[in-house]
Design a protein around this ligand. Structure first.
Ligand code: ADP
Ligand code: MG
Length: 261
């Protein structure tokens, strides 16, 4: 038998205890274990405060776990890694830079220089996310959805193998949010990556993902893993698949039949 492929991301028995300002311990994660395959799109759903952002901060090497191990391509994470691009809930663009300069900023920040190739790459990424004509604008001239597109382009600049997204569309209005979901699927199809996508939205998770991780309330661990049966490419038709509503009801039940932190 051939050896099992190395997971893109693996959490192995990860626990995280924080200490609050007044010295009390807060257990955010407990014995969290799951893994993702290369180029798999995995969404994480869980009640507020169950440790979703914490698991992304651990994976991106910003903090170290108090228990367990996190691996990327089989290597333990000990600090920030180049394989990862991150998109947060807020676009966090620098207001004094143009959109193009914001997209090349990770290069500037890491290497101190932006080359002609970087600028060409940023142009291509801006085209990919539908912002070709906005390269020279400042962030405050763009709508929230457009700013988030720019943040996605920025996260892709260094061509990460892994894209982490922490409720990236939750600050957008409902229509823009749906549009961005389909945009993200198109971008992912053009630039395959492992995606770990955190969301509060059950329909969004169902529409986007290959697999869902449903977490327990705090301390967060995996309550259920759900592989999704919907064929790709996903479309509006996915939303009317009878299994879509069945799974949504199942997940809603799983999320609400537990104490919320
Ligand atoms: P989620 O993203 O699922 O809403 P978080 O990962 O942000 O949850 O937080 C999980 C728990 O850990 C929360 O109770 C939060 O208050 C606590 N927490 C997160 N970061 C810290 C920190 N740096 N210090 C103390 N507690 C923290
Ligand atoms: Mg969070």
């Amino acid at each position: 038998m051939p050896p099992a492929p190395v997971p893109s991301i693996a959490f192995k028995g990860v626990g995280q205890v924080f200490t609050t300002g007044d010295g009390r311990p807060v257990r955010a994660l407990e014995d969290l274990s799951f893994s993702t395959a290369q180029h798999e799109f995995v969404s994480v759903l869980g009640p507020s405060g169950c440790g979703k952002s914490t698991l992304l901060r651990l994976l991106s090497g910003l903090i170290a776990p108090t228990e367990g191990v996190i691996e990327i391509n089989g290597d333990p994470v000990h600090g920030p890694r180049d394989e990862i691009g991150i998109v947060f809930q807020k676009p966090t663009l620098l207001p004094w830079l143009t959109i193009a300069q914001n997209v090349t900023f990770p290069k500037k920040h890491k290497f101190g220089v932006v080359t002609r190739e970087d600028r060409t790459r940023a142009e291509a990424l801006l085209e990919l996310v539908g912002l070709k004509d906005f390269a020279d604008r400042r962030p405050d001239e763009l709508s929230g959805g457009m700013q988030q597109r720019a943040a996605i382009a920025r996260a892709l600049l260094l061509d990460p193998e892994i894209l982490l997204m922490d409720e990236p569309f939750s600050a957008l209005d409902a229509l823009t949010r749906d549009e961005m979901s389909f945009e993200l699927l198109r971008i992912w199809a053009e630039r395959p990556k492992t995606v770990l996508f955190i969301t509060h939205s059950i329909p969004e998770a169902l529409l986007l993902s290959d697999r869902l991780i449903v977490m327990t309330g705090r301390p967060g661990s995996v309550r259920e893993e759900i592989p999704l049966p919907f064929p790709r490419p996903r479309s509006m038709a996915t939303l009317s698949d009878p299994r879509f509503n069945e799974l949504a009801a199942h997940i809603r039940h799983a999320l609400f039949s537990q104490p919320v932190a």
